[in-house]
Design a protein around this ligand. Structure first.
Ligand SMILES: C[S@@+](CC[C@H](N)C(=O)[O-])C[C@H]1O[C@@H](n2cnc3c(N)ncnc32)[C@H](O)[C@@H]1O
Length: 348
């Protein structure tokens, strides 16, 4: 299949000037104006004509969106909060051969069924979505073709309702972490665009320091609650580091793109809430030993002591290890035990 490309479009700098779209810090706007950079992000996202749905958060003037469309994506839905971008998004939608739909709204509070509704207005998608109960947990599209040649080659469709859904964004730095946590929790519960057995990936820009925390392995100085939550449910990879000078206006910090692929077998079944509580508790005192933190937890909530003892003896813990040395699997094991016994731990 030959990817459909966009026709020649005015340079993005001209659109910004003509429409008076100077960056507004209220929306954490730092634009990328170099198409080589946005094309590289899209390559890391592995976008292809076979993907069923690509969602972009915060398209702004739309250069990353152009790269997504140039890669041949057949159904792209973008979500943008700043209404000033309506004319440029409209122009891009018209140039896209009806492959692009846009929603003006807040990605933090958006009901994801709106994304499916918008996708359903994109030609070729209608038939597959007409049978979809948007509120249900069904998959979004009965397309199996996209999975037979998945790049890892290890995703086996369980039925013909699988789809490949990709989420991208040069995220507004101000809300990047809350957005990520929200999406990870939705992924865990298979909600919204992460529903059913869809193959889902996310390719997202963060401040470099946040990206380092997300991908940090045990023993890394960057290891954090975010590392544990993300790695419990996704395979994560630092894809692309970008200096601050790539953005206009230039932010105070460098940035990096992280690529996430949802694990077929997450390390915790269902909700991530318990895992978040466990990781928060231990990382609140990250330099303390396991022995110290575990005693602290048992003191704050005595009912948890037998679970902790069991966890420690099963894990054969060295009580002198520090929080940052604990593996994601080990934190997940404790979260699963607490979940099974329906025990809540204190938050500090
Ligand atoms: C860092 S800029 C990226 C713009 C463009 N994608 C680029 O790479 O040049 C972040 C974009 O997210 C938008 N945005 C900010 N908060 C948002 C929110 N809550 N929901 C959706 N979009 C948001 C901003 O208006 C802006 O267009």
């Amino acid at each position: 299949m030959i990817p459909r490309k966009l026709p020649p479009l005015p340079p993005i700098r001209d659109l910004i000037r003509v429409y008076g779209l100077s960056a507004d810090q209220k929306f954490s706007q730092n634009f990328i104006l170099d198409k080589n950079v946005t094309d590289t992000i899209v390559q890391h996202a592995k976008i292809s004509v076979k993907d069923d749905l690509v969602v972009e958060v915060g398209p702004g003037p739309g250069l990353l969106t152009r790269s997504i469309l140039d890669a041949g994506a057949k159904r792209v839905v973008v979500v943008e909060k700043d209404a000033r971008f309506v004319p440029t998004l409209q122009q891009l939608a018209e140039a896209s051969d009806h492959r692009l739909g846009f929603i003006m709204g807040d990605a933090l509070t958006l009901d994801h069924s709106e994304i499916f509704k918008k996708a359903a207005t994109i030609p070729n998608f209608e038939q597959s979505v007409s049978s979809l109960d948007i509120a249900s947990s069904a998959s979004i599209s009965p397309v199996s073709e996209s999975l037979t040649e998945s790049e890892e080659g290890n995703w086996t469709p369980l039925d013909d309702r699988h789809a490949t859904v990709r989420l991208l964004g040069n995220l507004p730095f101000g809300i990047a972490s809350p957005l990520l946590i929200q999406w990870l929790k939705m992924m865990a519960l298979r909600q919204g665009i992460f529903q059913g057995d869809n193959r889902v990936s996310m390719t997202l820009m963060f401040q470099k320091e946040v990206a380092e925390r997300i991908v940090a392995k045990p023993n890394s100085e960057h290891r954090s609650r975010l590392s544990v939550m993300a790695q419990s449910i996704c395979d994560v990879k630092m894809a692309y580091k970008l200096p601050a000078g790539v953005f206009v206006p230039k932010p105070k910090v460098d940035a990096a793109v992280v690529h996430f692929e949802r694990k077929m077998e997450p390390l915790v079944p269902g909700s991530l809430d318990r895992l978040e509580d466990v990781a928060r508790f231990y990382f609140n005192k990250r330099r303390k030993t396991m022995g110290h933190n575990t005693n602290r937890m048992a003191k704050a909530e005595p009912g948890v002591r037998p679970i902790l003892d069991e966890w420690i003896s099963e894990g054969n813990w060295d009580m002198n290890m520090r929080t940052q040395e604990v593996t994601t699997e080990q934190f997940c094991a404790l979260a699963c035990k607490l979940e099974q016994k329906n025990l809540i731990i204190p938050l500090t």
